[in-house]
Design a protein around this ligand. Structure first.
Ligand SMILES: [Zn+2]
Ligand SMILES: [Zn+2]
Length: 173
């Protein structure tokens, strides 16, 4: 969703507030594509700070479905975002990217709300997703989800030093 910034810029000390629906239905990154189960509208406030500077504030919340790192079962991840950025409209796009140290969510005189929110999700995305702290994961041999049932695979891994000794015994027979 693009928001035209001309209105706010045209007169000083003007503020606009709007509720905007995110266009994206999932968070797509290098890690995968994670569908949103719930998403709140983005509460957007843009304030003209004078001298062609704008403060852009956005609040939103959503819930995404993310597979557990260990057992791959779906986990609901909820994130609340409160974004506040100051943008100097006098600067070139390149200058703004350097200043904000992220993707340019202001293109010309338009604010790209999805881009703004996307870059914030990226920063806040959890490093690790577990269905529960002590998730037992899946068996590496048969794929059984060990939280729900057990399997009879021999998954005890030998200590590497013991493996060497076992090898010696095997060869001496
Ligand atoms: Zn799990
Ligand atoms: Zn197994």
């Amino acid at each position: 969703m693009l928001i035209h910034l001309n209105d706010v810029l045209s007169c000083e000390e003007k503020t606009i507030s709007r509720a905007i629906d995110l266009e994206m239905d999932s968070f797509d990154s290098d890690l995968g594509s994670f569908p949103f189960i719930k998403k709140e509208p983005v509460e957007l406030t843009i304030t003209n700070l004078g001298e062609e500077k704008l403060r852009i504030e956005a609040e939103t919340a959503f819930t995404a479905a993310v597979p557990c790192d260990r057992c791959l079962e779906e986990v609901e991840i909820s994130l609340e975002l409160a974004i506040s950025k100051e943008v100097d409209m006098k600067q070139t796009a390149e200058g703004r990217i350097e200043d904000l140290d992220e993707t340019d969510f202001v293109i010309g005189y338009n604010l790209d709300v999805d881009k703004l929110v996307y870059s914030e999700i990226l920063v806040n995305w959890p490093m690790k997703t577990l269905c529960r702290e002590d998730c037992k994961g899946i068996c590496r041999k048969c794929g059984t989800n060990l939280n729900h049932s057990s399997c009879s695979c021999d998954t005890v891994e030998l200590d590497p030093r013991m493996a060497v000794i076992a090898e010696i015994f095997k060869n001496s027979n």
